[in-house]
Design a protein around this ligand. Sequence first.
Ligand SMILES: Cc1ncc(COP(=O)(O)O)c(C=O)c1O
Length: 446
Amino acid sequence: MEQDKKISSSGKSAELYEQALTLMPGGCSRNTVLRDPHPLYADFAEGAYVTDIEGIKRIDFANNMASLIHGHAHPQVVAAVTAQLHRGTAFTLATESEVRYAEHLCSRNAGFERIRFVNSGTEAVMSCLKAARAFTGRSKIAKVEGAYHGLYDYAEISQTAGPSNWGEQDMPSSVPVAHGTPESVLNEVVVIPFNDPERALAILEQHGKELACVLVDLLPHRVGLIPASDVFMTTLRKWTQDNGALLILDEVITFRGGYGGAQDHYEMQPDLTAMGKMIGGGFPVGALAGRKEVMEVMNPLQDKVLFPHSGTFSANPVTMVAGLTAMSLFDQDALTRLNALNDQVRNQISEAIRIAQVPACVTGGGSMFRVHMKPEPPKNYRGAYADAAEVKVRTAILDHVFDNGIMMINTCSGTLSTAMTNKEIDILTEVLLEGFRKFKPLFADL
Ligand SMILES: Cc1ncc(COP(=O)(O)O)c(C=O)c1O
């Protein structure tokens, strides 16, 4: 008999959430897990499938927000981590595992002359920004409107900007995310529009020699999951070089797009790259890598350390062996197959949209895709911004997908894992087609 996959308002997850609400604000430690009427609690997972504590199994296109490149519980990662667990999990000593993993990641990208590990993408971006400030002696940073780079005060500016506060297209406002963000932080962050080299240049020019760096994600999820154009990136590269600022790429998600990161597909090279998510092999991680001269600001062996940098769990051996195992398995063949599977999923979803004749479209790159309830792919954050009517259609489609045994990211995005095959792609596109047909009347309100 077909399982009923709808979220019930009673049952084990509902009970757990009731207790969780008495313990944590909102009943959780990450808002991403919230669902209406309550979050679901995972029991176990294997490959491309997750089973919740109600016993319902779903295909996982969320992959812990793009961090699980091989899906769940890959046997070789499990074996490597289990062996390490028996030997200890964290020491006040260095471990060989750190050196081996640093060697592997640096071998993937010629621009990674030096690397350091941290514990999250937030920390990796923060460390890059601090390294840029230490290297240049300047305090301001520039970032793309709407782009998500984690929780660091400076990096999160403008991430949730909306029509009421985002200002002119020629001069996007520095909009805080957290209440109480110091005014001084807003003054230190210059916001540029995505893929708009002329406007971006005009804005950067006004801050000339005050900027320590420009921070860019090559396929920013919140900005619409559209690739940065070559001309945008070469313009930023040239401007930063001409003005003594650094170019920092946030490849926390996009590193999965190429063997040495999505930057492999561009002519330019950044000064620093922030990484995270998949390079942890399923464990908490972050890393920053790049030019030796810049990374030296963290070198404690120098007389004057410009940027003292440390972390209790940084480069812990569990993450190091999990990461090394996962990334060694993610070789050029695995990457080529996964990116081709993503071309296929985007083609199939486009076909479903065509058959259902709804004004939707699909964007993406590497091994990620995003469905927009808009007739044309957006060009930037303002174009990708979903108003209330669009959110209503999107939520209906996402709930339909979820009730039919598929997990996606709540922007109607998905990421692939090497555990996936045509089978999972076919199921997704079939369920999406049903959803487009079922909720077609809602599209009329857009
Ligand atoms: C592009 C990007 N940068 C940074 C981060 C922050 O990473 P973390 O959640 O590991 O702190 C994220 C997380 O989603 C991200 O997508």
